[in-house]
Design a binder for this molecule. Structure first.
Ligand code: OGA
Ligand code: MN
Length: 194
C-alpha cells in the first residue's frame, strides 16, 4: 500500500484526501456485513454521553471483526496505516476505533471537533465515504475549517474517497443531506480503546 503521499501531506498540511481508497466492490461487501438496525449517534465522552439531534442526526454501529471478512480486511488495512504513521511520524498511535454512520435525509452534523474539551485521545480522524450514486444536489458535503474558523475546503462524500486529518487541528461540519448518506468514520487513538 502506498502511504508516502498520505504521510507527506499529513505532516505538511495536516490532512489528505485519498480517492479510490477502497474499490466499490469492497464497499458493497462491507455494507452487507452490517446489522439492519443502527443506534442514534451520541455526543460527549463516556460518563457524559448524550443524544442530541440538534447537533448531529446520524445513526452508527461500531465495526467489529466478528462482522465478517470484509470488515476484517478494512481493519487490517487501517492497522497497516497505523504502523506506517507511527514509523514515520512518531505519533504514538496505539489503537483505532471506527464506526459505520448513516445520515437519513435532512441529517447533518454541526461544526465540531472530534474530542470533547480537555481530552485528546483522538489524534487522526478518518472518514471513508460509501455513496455510490452521490450527485451535487444530494448535499451532505464535509466542510473543513482552520483554527481561526476560515473555510478551508468542501468535500463531496463520493464512494471510495477517504479523508484523513489531524483531529485537533480542524473543526469541521457535515452539511444537511438530501438522501441517505453513508460513511465509515474512524480515529487513530493515543491510548488503547476500552
Ligand atoms: C464525525 C464527522 C464527517 C463526515 O463523524 O465526527 O465529522 O464527513 N464526520 O462524515
Ligand atoms: Mn467529526
Amino acid at each position: 500500500m502506498l502511504t508516502n503521499k498520505l504521510i507527506d501531506s499529513l505532516s505538511s498540511q495536516g490532512w489528505y484526501v485519498w480517492d479510490g481508497f477502497l474499490a466499490l466492490s469492497d464497499i458493497q461487501m462491507i455494507k452487507q456485513c452490517l446489522p439492519k438496525t443502527l443506534q442514534d449517534a451520541r455526543i460527549g465522552y463516556r460518563g457524559s454521553l448524550q443524544e442530541n439531534k440538534t447537533i448531529r442526526g446520524d445513526q452508527t454501529v461500531w465495526l467489529e471483526p466478528e462482522m465478517g471478512e470484509p470488515v476484517i480486511h478494512y481493519l487490517d488495512k487501517m492497522e497497516q496505516i497505523r504502523q506506517a504513521l507511527n514509523c514515520q511520524l512518531y505519533l504514538g498511535l496505539r489503537d483505532f476505533e471506527t464506526h459505520f454512520c448513516r445520515y437519513p435525509k435532512g441529517g447533518f452534523y454541526k461544526k465540531h471537533f472530534d474530542n470533547p474539551k480537555g481530552v485528546s485521545r483522538r489524534k487522526i480522524t478518518t472518514v471513508l465515504y460509501m455513496n455510490e450514486l452521490w450527485k451535487p444536489t444530494d448535499g451532505g458535503e464535509l466542510i473543513v475549517y482552520d483554527h481561526e474558523d476560515n473555510h478551508l475546503f468542501r468535500l463531496e462524500p463520493v464512494a471510495g474517497r477517504m479523508i484523513f486529518f489531524m483531529s485537533e487541528e480542524f473543526p469541521h461540519e457535515v452539511l444537511p443531506t438530501e438522501t441517505n448518506r453513508e460513511s465509515i468514520t474512524g480515529w487513530f487513538l493515543t491510548e488503547k480503546k476500552l
